[in-house]
Design a protein around this ligand. Structure first.
Ligand code: ASP
Length: 476
């Protein structure tokens, strides 16, 4: 008879807390995706399974629903990033705290990313997933064969690699200058349309700074305008979050059925499968240690707050990152969790998180290092200290430039492999082995994106702590 929400029976999942609803969506999505893939393989065989699925109504439904959810998350990114940074800077600049916050963020980003890369390097050297026998598992010819198996993906990557190759003749100094040049986009509208977040952040930084120098009603009007954009972006995030359990279920169902079917078709690389699983496990365990041990330890040391509260507060952001494989798409949810559940001020969250989603990628840097070293091992090479140092350095630097979108780190891995190939000698092209990484890319992308987002959120909370903001006042 009693019908209060606290007495609601447990099967009323729509009354559950959001993160449990999202978890339910994830479990259902995985089950549907897996069952559909098994059914397609049983109906059309391993080779014909993707044809069976291609026009299947349930797959199309999940694909469309998942893409709509992703689009809804992405469309908030530009207004959210511009308004958050502009507002944060306009307030911070008038308080003279801008340089302090910026320095703290950079120190945190660089030190945790370096820790992540070193952790990855230690693991890949210890487990050595790419060495399984006396003979190297990969030769240039075999790598070419695998590239042909993954023709479509390889072509897409080759285009990015060609772009990089055009610049590979440049000196290191010219490359560094090129990075600085990309910080100043010529057209703000184009930067927004291209989702060039780094360029956009720089524009917003200046806009916010000069806004703080304005006086009177002009400044007030601008401030109110950006405040409105920011409020509406966050309201929209809240709305999209209500749909997250369904969106995530559809997104995962589609991702899993497609990836399972193409994975099952890869028996041609059977002799590499053992090494590949070992590699996947190495990367996953190292990522898990960074997520569950390293970052919580840093968090506990600085705040004295139990990490379980941290995980509880950030759960929706972690699940969204895992399901979308995109830090950018998750940004609005991260901001929401950090402000509402952890109590970080809008200024700090609005400054640290958009910057973090763009330049701070702990998971990506760790993965780049493990993946590049794995390919090197597959070809049978041992790298000396200097060459490994080069890998660490490039992983650190490229992770800053990697966009927060799915599979973005593959291009960064090309850059590392190119540099290592040159070190090893003429005629050696390690990038040919890249195709093998595509087999496990999606699941590992889910893990590394979750680590990326977690790293940003922990950074925002720690920086808020050092700014004496009251944290975790209410239970999430
Ligand atoms: N998917 C990652 C992210 O959005 C980037 C990557 O490592 O590919 O954070």
């Amino acid at each position: 008879m009693a019908d209060s929400s606290s007495a609601a029976p447990p099967w009323r999942f729509w009354r559950w807390k959001l993160h449990w609803q999202i978890l339910l969506g994830m479990v259902l999505g995985i089950l549907i995706g897996y069952s559909m893939a098994r059914w397609a393989i049983a109906t059309g065989g391993v080779r014909g399974a993707s044809n069976v699925l291609e026009h299947n109504w349930l797959r199309l439904l999940c694909k469309t629903g998942g893409e709509m959810f992703l689009n809804a998350l992405k469309l908030i990114v530009i207004p959210l990033v511009t308004s958050s940074i502009t507002l944060a800077i306009s307030v911070i600049a008038s308080r003279q705290g801008f340089a302090r916050l910026g320095t703290k963020s950079l120190v945190y980003f660089l030190s945790t990313t370096l820790l992540a890369v070193l952790l990855g390097l230690a693991f890949v050297n210890w487990i050595q997933p790419g060495f399984t026998g006396a003979e190297p598992l990969l030769t240039q010819e075999k790598a070419k064969q695998i590239q042909e198996t993954f023709a479509v993906e390889s072509q897409r990557l080759a285009a990015s690699a060609a772009l990089h190759d055009e610049r590979s003749g440049e000196t290191l100094f010219a490359k560094v200058l090129g990075v600085f040049k990309s910080l100043v986009p010529a057209n703000p509208v184009k930067a927004a349309a291209d989702m060039d977040l780094l360029g956009l952040i720089v524009i917003a930084l200046f806009f916010g700074y000069f806004m703080s120098r304005l006086a009177g009603p002009v400044r007030e009007t601008l401030q109110n305008f950006w405040q409105g954009v920011n409020d509406i972006s966050l309201m929209f995030t809240q709305f999209v979050l209500q749909l997250a359990p369904l969106g995530i279920a559809m997104l995962l169902a589609h991702t899993i059925m497609d990836n399972y079917v193409s994975l099952a078709a890869e028996d041609r690389v059977a002799d590499l499968v053992g090494a590949l699983w070992k590699f996947g496990l190495t990367a996953a365990v190292a990522l898990a240690i960074h997520l569950f041990v390293v970052l919580p330890l840093i968090f506990y040391t600085i705040t004295g707050i139990g990490p379980q509260r941290l995980f509880k507060a950030l759960m929706p952001a972690l699940f969204t990152a895992f399901s979308t494989s995109s830090s950018n798409a998750t940004l609005s949810v991260t901001i929401d969790c950090v402000e509402k559940n952890a109590g970080v001020s809008r200024q700090t969250a609005g400054f640290v998180l958009p910057l973090g989603a763009t330049v701070n990628m702990n998971g990506t840097a760790l993965y780049e290092c493990v993946a590049a070293m794995f390919i090197v091992q597959l070809f049978g090479y041992q790298l000396d200290f200097a060459a490994q140092f080069l890998v660490v350095l490039i992983a650190l630097l490229t992770s800053i430039g990697v966009a927060g979108v799915p599979s973005a780190s593959l291009v960064a891995i090309i850059i590392i492999l190119n540099s290592v190939s040159k070190q090893l000698g003429p005629g050696i092209d390690l990038t040919a082995g890249l195709a093998i990484l595509m087999i496990l890319d999606r699941p590992l992308d889910m893990f590394r994106t979750a680590v990326n987002v977690f790293g940003d959120a922990v950074g925002a909370i720690l920086i808020a702590k050092t700014e004496n903001e009251p944290l975790f006042q209410k239970s999430p």
